[in-house]
Write a protein that binds this ligand. Structure first.
Ligand code: GRF
Length: 196
């Protein structure tokens, strides 16, 4: 039975596209829904053009009431019967209420080599620290931000003339390879980390 995957986005959704396009007929998972927290998210049109059902739950409608927002997330996702949730550029902090409901079956991709650089501005921080390499991590989502069991990592060099933007672009190309590789393995129940 193929696993049904909900993908949550906030922006352009390039990682969502990589995941959706990777779920070909022989894949243990299929895309069930793409949900965005804004109807302006560019990824929505990319999902619709691929025939994927979409949902929008705008966090601004809940004026900081995280619990109400997450209940609306549940209501929007439930009809699509997700087995796995992939956060892909989803920029809202989720509370244990939502995270516990998908315990052990919610993934996130973070643009750093965790545990280094949890949180935001990861590329600027790596350059500032004088690191010679950077990368991305796919991990299981737990209540602690950017902290769950690591399911995959990909590394890229940092060059002396790199800016946060040039480094982000280099990391993003690896994200598009790593996340689909992790999802294919995870959907088969295999949590062996993928290292690219
Ligand atoms: C990516 O850098 C990802 O690592 C981070 O959000 C960014 C947005 O990517 N979580 P996408 O193009 O919206 O998938």
């Amino acid at each position: 039975m193929t696993k049904r995957v909900a993908i949550l986005i906030s922006g352009g959704g390039s990682n969502m596209v990589s995941l959706v396009d990777s779920m070909t007929s022989d894949h243990p998972a299929q895309p069930a829904v793409v949900l965005a927290n804004s109807d302006q998210a560019g990824g929505l049109e990319k999902a619709r053009s691929r025939g994927i059902p979409t949902e929008v739950v705008d966090h601004r409608d809940f004026k900081g009431d995280r619990e109400a927002f997450e209940k609306a997330l549940f209501s929007a996702l439930e009809p699509h019967r997700p087995d796995i949730v992939c956060l892909a550029g989803f920029m809202r902090i989720l509370t244990p209420l939502f995270i516990d409901a998908f315990k052990g079956r919610m993934l996130n991709i973070h643009p750093s080599l965790l545990p280094k650089y949890r949180g935001l501005n990861t590329h600027a921080r790596a350059i500032e620290a004088g690191d010679t390499e950077a990368g991305c991590t796919v991990h299981e989502v737990t209540p602690e931000l950017d902290d769950g069991p690591i399911l995959g990592q990909a590394r890229v060099p940092i060059f002396p003339d790199d800016t946060p933007d040039t480094l982000a672009a280099r990391v993003l190309t690896q994200e598009h390879k790593l996340y689909p590789a992790v999802l294919r393995r995870f959907a088969q129940g295999d949590r062996t980390p993928v290292f690219l």
